[in-house]
Write a protein that binds this ligand. Structure first.
Ligand code: CTP
Length: 418
C-alpha cells in the first residue's frame, strides 16, 4: 500500500460531524491568525487504524496561549492556562476541552535525548513523544488541510504493527511509557520491536522511582483494555512485577487466575460495581506469590483496602468448599464484599461455584422481614442472642424457605419461642 499523504477524506469519513466542524473552525482561525496549526497524537493514529477517537489535541508553531485566545475571540467559550508555559485549553461553548500546545522550543527544557541535528519546531515536538505511531501530525491550515507530517515514519510502523520508541532514552525520560507500550500492544494487537523491547527491559528498574499514584493511573488504563490475563503475562516477561517483589515463578498461576476471573465476570455478570476491577487484576500476582502486604502500597482508597483485607481473611477460611445451600454461605461470607468473594472463587475454581453465585445474587436484594424491634414486639426479651436469631432468619430467607413477613413470624414462633 503506498504511503498516504493527506487524510482530509478519511477525516470527513471517520470523524463525527461535530469534530469536523470544529476542525474547520480551527482551520479558519489558523489562517486569520497566520499561525501553523496541527492536529496531533492519538487521533491521527486512530484515523489510520479506523478506530473511533474524537480527542482533539492541537499543536501550534508559535504561542499556544495566543492561539487559544484567538479561538475564544472567534467562537466564544473560555481559555484556561496551564502551568507549563505555552499550553492552554480552549473550552468550547459546548463545554468540550481542546488542548492547545506550543511547539516553541525556548519554553521547554531541552531533554538530554534530543539529537544535534536540526529539526523543525514541529518535528522536535514530535520527537519528544513516546512512539512513532503517536508522533504524527495533520496540518490544519486551509491550503494544506489534512496533510500528514510524519518525520519518524509512524505510518510504516502502523502497517507492520510495531511499537517503536523514537530514541534510546525514551523510557528513561518517562518509564510509564513502558506500560503505555504494553497497553498499545494489547489494544491494537501490535508488538514492540526488538530494540524497544530490550530498552524496556533495561529501563524497567526505573519503575520503582515512580509514585504509587502514577503506577496506579497506568494500571487503571491497562486493565481496562481487552486482555487482562495477557497483560499480566506480558508484564511478567518485561519484569514489571518482579520490580515490586513478586516472584518470577508465579507468572503461570497468575495468568490462570486472571483468565478465570475474566471468565467469571463474563459468564456470571456479577452484580458488584465494576469500578475497582483493575485493582483486582493488579492484585493477582501479589496474591499468587503470597506477598499481599507488598500490594498495600498501591491501595490508595478505602475500598481497595477493604478488598485486600477481605481476601487476606478469605484465603485463611476453611470449609467453604463443602457448602451446598446459598444461605449457608451467608454464615461465612456475610461481611465480605462481592468482589473479594469473586476473586477467591476464581482462584479456587470451586465445585460449588454456582451456589455461591446464586448466594451473591440473592443477597443484594434480600428482604428484611424482621428487625430486633419486631422480636421484642413478638414478646422476646432483648439480648445478644438476637444476633444469632436474625442471622438464622437471613439464612432461611436466602435459602428460599421464608418468603414473607408472616412466614418469618411463624418461623420465629416455631423455632425460637416454644
Ligand atoms: N505521550 C508521551 N508520553 C507519555 C504520555 C503521552 O509521549 N507518557 C504523548 C503521546 O504522543 C500521545 C500524546 O502524548 O499520543 C497524548 O497522550 P494520551 O492522550 O495519553 O495518549 P493517546 O495516544 O491519545 O492514547 P489514548 O488513545 O489511550 O488516549
Amino acid at each position: 500500500r503506498p504511503d498516504i499523504k493527506n487524510l482530509k477524506e478519511e477525516m470527513e469519513k471517520q470523524l463525527p460531524e461535530s469534530t469536523n466542524s470544529l476542525l474547520t473552525d480551527i482551520s479558519r482561525t489558523a489562517e486569520r491568525a497566520d499561525m501553523r496549526v496541527y492536529l496531533i497524537g492519538g487521533i491521527v493514529r486512530d484515523l489510520f487504524l479506523e478506530r473511533p477517537n474524537d480527542d482533539i489535541d492541537i499543536v501550534v508553531e508559535g504561542n499556544g496561549i495566543d492561539f487559544a485566545e484567538h479561538l475564544r475571540t472567534d467562537y466564544g467559550g473560555s481559555v484556561k492556562m496551564h502551568e507549563t508555559f505555552g499550553t492552554a485549553s480552549w473550552i468550547h461553548p459546548s463545554g468540550l476541552y481542546i488542548d492547545v500546545t506550543s511547539a516553541r522550543l525556548e519554553y521547554y527544557e531541552r531533554p538530554a535525548s534530543l539529537p544535534d541535528v536540526e529539526l523543525s519546531t514541529l518535528s522536535e515536538d514530535l520527537y519528544r513523544r513516546d512512539f512513532t505511531i503517536n508522533s504524527m501530525a495533520l496540518c490544519l491550515n486551509p491550503e494544506v488541510f489534512g496533510d500528514l507530517v510524519d518525520p519518524f515514519n509512524g505510518q510504516a510502523d502502523l502497517r507492520s504493527k510495531t511499537i517503536k520508541v523514537l530514541h534510546n532514552l525514551s523510557f528513561i525520560d518517562d518509564p510509564t511509557r513502558i506500560l503505555r507500550a504494553v497497553r498499545f500492544e494489547t489494544r491494537f494487537d501490535f508488538l514492540m520491536d526488538k530494540q524497544t523491547e530490550s530498552l524496556a527491559l533495561n529501563s524497567m528498574a526505573r519503575m520503582r522511582d515512580l509514585s504509587a499514584h502514577r503506577i496506579v493511573e497506568e494500571m487503571k488504563r491497562l486493565f481496562k483494555d481487552e486482555d487482562p490475563p495477557g497483560t499480566i503475562k506480558r508484564l511478567f516477561k518485561l519484569t514489571f512485577w518482579q520490580q515490586f517483589g513478586v516472584d518470577d515463578g508465579s507468572a503461570e498461576q497468575s495468568y490462570i487466575h486472571a483468565g478465570q476471573l475474566k471468565m467469571f465476570y463474563e459468564i456470571h455478570k456479577p452484580p458488584a460495581g465494576q469500578k475497582a476491577r483493575w485493582f483486582n487484576y493488579f492484585a493477582i500476582p501479589f496474591f499468587t506469590s503470597k506477598k499481599m502486604y507488598l500490594m498495600s502500597q498501591f491501595s490508595l482508597t478505602k475500598r481497595n483496602n477493604k478488598f485486600l483485607q477481605d481476601i487476606r481473611n478469605l484465603s485463611d477460611m476453611e470449609g467453604v468448599e463443602r457448602i451446598r445451600e446459598p444461605g449457608e454461605f451467608h454464615r461465612f461470607l456475610k461481611h465480605y464484599e462481592d468482589e473479594a468473594i469473586i476473586f477467591m472463587i476464581a482462584k479456587e475454581n470451586m465445585e460449588n461455584e454456582d451456589i455461591i453465585t446464586s448466594y451473591l445474587k440473592r443477597r443484594i436484594d434480600m428482604p428484611i422481614f424482621l428487625t430486633g424491634e419486631d422480636l421484642i414486639r413478638e414478646g422476646m426479651k432483648p439480648g445478644p442472642h438476637f444476633r444469632g436469631i436474625l442471622l438464622d432468619l437471613e439464612v432461611a430467607v436466602l435459602n428460599g424457605e421464608i418468603n414473607s413477613r408472616d412466614e418469618a413470624v411463624e418461623w420465629l414462633h416455631e423455632n425460637h419461642m416454644k
